[in-house]
Ligand binder design. Structure first.
Ligand code: PNS
Length: 164
């Protein structure tokens, strides 16, 4: 059984992430999405909020072989905890590869059996990033179409309740 992880901050999960996950779910028997708890960062959404949003989007997309959990610490330990031999990463650009390649080096040093698999982004998604979504949200601009519909609904509800 081929098991993969797809890890990230996902603050929030975008349609670009969803495209990579959908394609990974075709390539692998199981895909374990890992939401990173990064104590050094101040995320917009808590790890549990992010996990819940991604789960809702995965359900809506009808992806049956993906699960979502929160992890902290090393990616290789998350991979071991779910028994995954593959680490899926999306690539939008050469800059993404420059960021990913050193991480692959360190991951390989720590876990030589973990194979990193890069999926080139859909050209329609190359400019979509969680940081751009957060920037738009902070400015009160719309984010419809940048995140999966289910996630858009959850975020819109949260924005509405924050305003009340
Ligand atoms: O898509 P992101 O948010 O940039 O993902 C980054 C992620 C989660 C893959 C990376 O930060 C990570 O693996 N963090 C855990 C710490 C770790 O294992 N680092 C790899 C060795 S340098």
């Amino acid at each position: 059984m081929k098991k993969a992880i797809f890890a990230g901050s996902f603050d929030p999960f975008t349609i670009g992430h969803m495209d990579v996950l959908r394609r990974a779910a075709v390539l692998f028997d199981e895909v374990h999405v890992g939401v990173l708890v990064n104590p050094g960062k101040h995320p917009l959404f808590t790890p549990e909020e992010r996990r819940g949003m991604i789960e809702a989007a995965v359900r809506e997309a009808g992806i049956e072989n993906a699960s979502v959990s929160v992890f902290s610490g090393l990616l290789v330990d998350f991979a071991h905890s779910v028994g995954a031999r593959y680490n899926v990463r999306g690539l939008r650009s050469g800059a993404d590869f420059d960021y990913e390649y050193p991480m692959e080096y360190y991951n390989r040093r720590m876990a030589s059996e973990l194979e990193t698999v890069y999926l080139a982004s859909d050209p329609a998604h190359v400019h979509i990033s969680s940081s751009a979504v957060r920037m738009l949200m902070a400015s009160g601009a719309g984010i419809s179409g940048l995140v999966p519909d289910q996630i858009y609904k959850i975020i819109a509800e949260r924005v509405k309740s924050d305003e009340q």
